[in-house]
Design a protein around this ligand. Sequence first.
Ligand SMILES: *Cc1c(COP(=O)(O)O)cnc(C)c1O
Length: 362
Amino acid sequence: MSHWLKRRVAGVFGSAEPAIDLYSDTQTKPTAEMRRAIAAAEVGDEQQGTDPTVNRLCARMAELLGHEAGLFLPTGTMCNLVAVATHTTPGESIIADDRSHIVRSETGGAAAVSGVITDLLPGERGQFRADDLRAALAPGHIYRPSPRLVCLEQTHNFGGGAIWPLGRYREAADIAHEHGVLVHTDGARLFNATVATSTEPCVWGEPVDSIWVDFTKGLGAPLGAVLVGSTDFIAQARVYKHRFGGAMRQAGIAAAACLHSLDHHVERLAEDHANASRLAEGLRALGLDISPAETNMVWLDVSPTGLGAAGFLERLAAHGVRMSRVEEDVRAVTHLGVSAQDVEAAISAVGKVLDSCPGGDA
Ligand SMILES: *Cc1c(COP(=O)(O)O)cnc(C)c1O
């Protein structure tokens, strides 16, 4: 039975699992092949630097991203936390766009743990303007917190899965460096950007001082993220990793899943992108205002339904389709557990919700 059909049957039999889960690309489950790779993993002690599978993963990521070294961490949130701690000193400022994950979804970790101020730049789909960055970096008076780090996000989650164009990305990094400021990229979904733009990962890694990729999003691994940078940066980052909760031991079990995803789940992200485009097109044809689906995300403005985001999601769930809410917007994310047929079914489910609305003219 295909993966999507299995889930649909589960839905029919009243499982708590929705038939079609567009909540997030974090909802992927390890495939049978990935589980085999996990079972076969050669392991050692990550804490002592002797887990061969973790070492292979870190070396491979460093090479892919054009950096010297890598560090395996359980989550992307920890990559951001550790990177900010490593790059900054308390009282300095970091610069990020106002919808970045680091600002909105990490419980204020950078401020709480590293004692930094965050200078927010207005962003358009998560991308700030070069002039705003220059203004934020212009010399201020001596009592201003010193800017130390510029944070970029590729692709941009709350920017609708948007991709920083390479020219603008490099320009932002160059401006920061001209001002003696470091650059960190949250590349949770970097491979969605590389696949969508047919670029090598290193073209996004080389302009910045640190960058990481999440294996639990579209890549479909159960956990894990790798942060890369210079040898010195990673040595210091390892110290913070330990301070924030310690190291791991036979972590090759998890790293094997990440390596498997690098071999088998990167190119296929193009399918997720095609599915997201089709979803956006189908929803637009229903009369909804849909933001451009540049990668694997579709954002719906459901205000014309008069249901509010929560009411909309509730009615949609009754048709076996799950999406998520970000403030008053609704977000749908495609991933390896969502097929082209699922997308057609999701479009028709949204159509049914719209038909059931009092206004009915969405
Ligand atoms: C998911 C995500 C994170 C956090 O990663 P976790 O592995 O969930 O901790 C950070 N940044 C972005 C842009 C994300 O989408």
